[in-house]
Design a protein. Structure first.
Length: 343
């Protein structure tokens, strides 16, 4: 069987893009798509940037896709990831609710022939967490960013279930049990992790209602410019759960990029975050936020611990996996500071 060359693969992608974009820009041909460039990609999901040449001018755009997947029916939604079709629907509903997100222009369909995914507007700004917390040009943005995050999270909570695609349900007790099983599967024992699991099981809250949860709302998944928050990205882990979950995850020390004195993403205070959330109509339960910060620190620690082990299926080891794996020790310190604070 003849292997597909990079040129042939790009030609196929261009043809599929033309087919998809024809639904918003009739008559577009491969010559109307320029500067096609892959930005990132893991085992399945890819992100591409390109420019669509239109009569009104050039329009920079982003393609998110899983090249190996067709549009999945609702009953086939992953136990963890919402899926590309669901992510596109979530972005549209979030935008309608006033949450800053990229505008989705076209969802891929099987007839496009390039997998599952969607095309959205390019949003200019910074996403690298280390730059967001340190760059002088973003100093003014950092003054308001935590408050804006609170506003965005309250907007997410207001989105009604009836308008959303099927998503997994996950309350606090279920999440603790899920990660306990993952931790036990590693075959390793860490006293600090054991202590954290005991604390989490004793303090697991029962939310008065489950709402939409972004699932990965943190510094690194936010687009920021000099004016502050431009867009909330990466919705693939969205689910229904405790509305305080996202607030706690945003405060995990691993997402502060060295600015440990500013608990909200390394750029703001909890007071600013809570004020923005309350100003947009949300009600903050600080004890539950603390629970999810503890849980988030442990969750990331287990993820790092897993990365330190040989890849499942006999895949190659890598320096990147080893570097992430050693960070599990950092989360142990974070957990001790949360569970046994000094002073």
């Amino acid at each position: 069987m003849e292997a597909t060359t990079p040129a042939a693969a790009e030609s196929s992608l261009l043809a599929g893009l033309c087919h998809a974009l024809g639904r918003i820009a009739p008559g577009v041909d491969p010559g109307g798509i320029t500067q096609l460039r892959r930005l990132s990609g893991g085992a399945s999901q890819e992100t591409w940037s390109f420019t669509l040449q239109r009569p009104g001018g050039a329009q920079p755009m982003i393609l998110r896709r899983n090249p190996g997947a067709g549009a999945r029916p609702a009953e086939k939604v992953s136990a963890v990831q919402a899926g590309m079709a669901a992510e596109a629907a979530l972005l549209r509903q979030a935008g309608a609710a006033g949450v800053p997100v990229p505008v989705v222009r076209a969802a891929l369909v099987p007839e496009d022939g390039i997998g599952e995914g969607f095309v959205m507007d390019f949003v200019d700004g910074e996403t690298l967490g280390g730059r967001i917390v340190r760059e002088p040009r973003l100093a003014r943005a950092r003054e308001r960013l935590a408050w804006q995050c609170g506003q965005a999270l309250a907007g997410i909570r207001r989105i009604g279930r009836a308008s959303l695609p099927p998503l997994r349900e996950a309350d606090a007790a279920q999440e603790v049990q899920t990660y306990l099983a993952r931790y036990r599967a590693t075959g390793e024992s860490r006293p600090v992790f054991e202590l954290a699991f005991q604390w989490l099981r004793r303090h697991a809250p029962v939310a008065d209602r489950n709402t939409l949860v972004h699932g990965d709302f943190r510094n690194g998944n936010l687009m920021v410019n000099e004016d502050g928050l431009r867009a909330v990205l990466d919705w693939e882990l969205a689910h229904f759960g405790d509305p305080m979950e996202d607030l706690g995850w945003l405060c995990v020390n691993s997402w502060r990029f060295g600015r440990t004195d500013l608990p909200v993403g390394g750029f703001g205070t909890r007071e600013q975050l809570f004020a923005g959330y309350a100003d947009a109509g949300g009600t903050v339960d600080a004890a539950r936020v603390h629970f999810w910060e503890v849980f988030g620190s442990l969750k990331w620690g287990i993820a790092c611990q897993t990365m330190s082990r040989p890849p499942a299926g006999g895949g190659p080891r890598s320096v990147e996996r080893a570097a992430i794996g050693r960070r599990s020790s950092e989360t142990e310190i974070d957990l001790l500071n949360l569970l046994l604070p000094r002073g």
